[in-house]
Design a protein around this ligand. Structure first.
Ligand code: CU
Length: 252
């Protein structure tokens, strides 16, 4: 995730190693200008694409490869994307924890190497994903990758969804978003007490919440069969119980 401030002039340099086969580039949704910079920084193997833009609007934006060779959707579906946060003039208010999570889909078919799956154009066109994951692979936010917080802390999640096809029904099981910066805007609409928020393909959101009691809170895409395809993660909250807020009663 790239982090800049509104009013900053940002120079983007994309180096494409000469061993690569294809040209790559970056379309940054934070850019006001043709292609979000994608034409200006298109880099063929062995070249470096450079352009400069001024960050005019605060918010959380996606960026992604939009190379026309072989075509942009294949680059997106192979993981070429990220986020850029444009903070307001005086920065965002302080919180205790910040995390960045991106949801994405993979469309696959077997390859000659049994340990490697290839991109499937047929499944992409049919919008039939095999995997829907957070931060690039199944289990990235489980075990050692679990997000962490302590009771009483405020957590801010920068959540993007690249798709490339499906919108996400982002939800955390056992938590209510105190603030949702709708559509990733800063200075736009902020909704309160939200259960699930819709994040379109190549859109983003910023959610904030205070954690009240300890436990494991599960990040999901609540378009729920996607959980079986990998769209889940854990936010592990430590600290003391508060029976006035949540109390498990002994089993009969
Ligand atoms: Cu690319």
């Amino acid at each position: 995730m790239v982090r800049v401030r509104v009013g900053d002039t940002v120079e983007v340099r994309l180096e494409n190693p000469k061993e690569n086969k294809f040209a790559h580039n970056m379309d940054l949704h934070a850019v006001n200008g043709p292609g979000g910079g994608a034409g200006a920084n298109l880099a063929f193997p062995g070249a470096t694409g450079v352009f400069t833009f001024k960050a005019l609007a605060p918010g959380l934006f996606m960026y992604h490869c939009a190379s026309p060779v072989p075509n942009p959707h294949i680059h997106l579906a192979n993981g070429m994307y990220g986020m850029i946060l444009v903070e307001p003039e005086h920065g965002l208010p302080k919180v205790d924890r910040e995390y960045a999570v991106i949801e994405s889909e993979f469309f696959t078919k077997p390859s000659e190497d049994k340990d490697v799956l290839e991109f499937s154009m047929e499944k992409g066109l049919a919008e039939h994903s095999d995997y829907v994951v957070f931060n690039g692979h199944t289990g990235s936010l489980l075990g050692k990758g679990e997000l962490k917080a302590s009771v009483g802390e405020t957590v801010r999640l920068y959540f993007g969804n690249i798709g490339p096809n499906s919108a996400s029904s982002f939800h955390i099981i056992g938590e209510i978003f105190d603030n949702v910066h709708t559509e990733g805007t800063i200075g736009g609409t902020v909704n309160h007490h939200v259960q699930s928020t819709l994040v379109p393909a190549a859109g983003a959101t910023i959610v904030e919440f205070k954690v009240d009691v300890p436990g494991a809170y599960v990040l999901v895409d609540h378009s729920f069969f996607r959980v079986a395809k990998g769209a889940l993660g854990i936010l592990k909250v430590g600290g003391n119980d508060d029976p006035s807020i949540f109390q498990a009663h002994p089993a009969p």
